[in-house]
Design a protein around this ligand. Structure first.
Ligand SMILES: [Zn+2]
Length: 79
């Protein structure tokens, strides 16, 4: 994403992007928190990161970071 004087600007129209947060509620109290940039002029949107907050069976809170760039995770081999 282009930056001008440290500000993130829209790659389409050059307007300063707004940083926003959106929370989506899922099953079993899980939450998906999305951080993204949005252009107030043309509506262009670019995802920054997504965090998933959920609970495991014991009620422990698990926080996962979802990456937008999907990479293949190598399977750990048992030796
Ligand atoms: Zn724009």
């Amino acid at each position: 994403m282009p930056r001008v004087n440290g500000e993130v600007v829209c790659p389409r129209c050059g307007t300063k992007m707004e940083y926003r947060v959106e929370i989506e509620f899922g099953e079993n109290g899980a939450k998906r928190i999305r951080y993204y940039y949005r252009c107030p002029r043309c509506g262009y949107r670019e995802n920054d990161l997504t965090i998933v907050v959920k609970r495991d069976g014991a009620g422990k809170i698990i926080i996962e970071k979802e990456e937008y760039v999907k990479v293949a995770v190598p399977v750990k081999e048992e030796t």
